[in-house]
Design a protein around this ligand. Structure first.
Ligand code: SF4
Length: 198
């Protein structure tokens, strides 16, 4: 399996400051794809234990909220073994940090029974549909895609969408308990806390 790049600090893909891994290879070839250089399964750089250790080390800092896995298609049969191993090792090492994944598959057609779900907080699912493109959407490019709360989905056995407000509220509590408001990687949460405490 290959990867295209690793971003050490990413503020575009998921909440807070994150480490992002872009896997190489995607068979969907959506019109208007944001990253067509990832389509070729034979491109990119080899991904293995060394890269997993590098990613885990990058995730260590308190300022890192979590790991984001994108592509290409990280859940393609040629990629899913390594993306699952990365997800598993990340969650074992950092259970308090979040794992977000972007996939062109929909939850119902392919993702629903994959082991990687055990380690995942949020999945953005579905192909990019250029006719449904909306630049105002958060975390996704077209309105057919969904931002799914994976753990609630597994619990209820039906797709549950991610409610940002709820996770923000948890983060506020965590920050207040830890007394680490100044180091918050959620500027909007920090603003709310400061407003509430002023
Ligand atoms: S699934 Fe994602 S990476 Fe693959 S072609 Fe579509 S937009 Fe691009």
């Amino acid at each position: 399996m290959s990867y295209q790049k690793i971003r050490k600090m990413d503020i575009s893909n998921g909440p807070g400051v994150r480490v992002s891994v872009f896997f190489q290879g995607c068979a969907f070839h959506c019109e208007g794809c944001f990253n067509p250089t990832t389509w070729d399964f034979d491109g990119g750089n080899p991904f293995g234990q060394e890269q997993i250790e590098e990613v885990l080390e990058l995730c260590k800092g308190d300022h890192i909220s979590g790991l984001s896995i994108l592509g290409g298609e990280p859940l393609h049969p040629r990629n899913i073994q390594d993306s699952t191993l990365l997800a598993k090792m990340f969650k074992e090492k950092y259970p308090e940090k979040t794992l977000w994944i972007w996939s062109g598959y929909t939850f119902e057609e392919y993702i629903y029974d994959k082991e990687i779900l055990e380690y995942t907080d949020v999945i953005i699912d579905g192909r990019f549909e250029i006719g449904l493109r909306n630049p105002k959407l958060k975390w996704k490019g077209s309105s057919n895609q969904r931002v799914i709360d994976v753990q609630k989905t597994l619990e209820k056995n039906e797709v549950v969408l991610y409610e940002e407000e709820e996770l923000c509220a948890k983060e506020v509590l965590k920050l207040q308990e830890d007394g680490k408001i100044e180091t918050s990687t959620y500027p909007f949460v920090k603003q709310n806390i400061l407003q509430d405490t002023m």
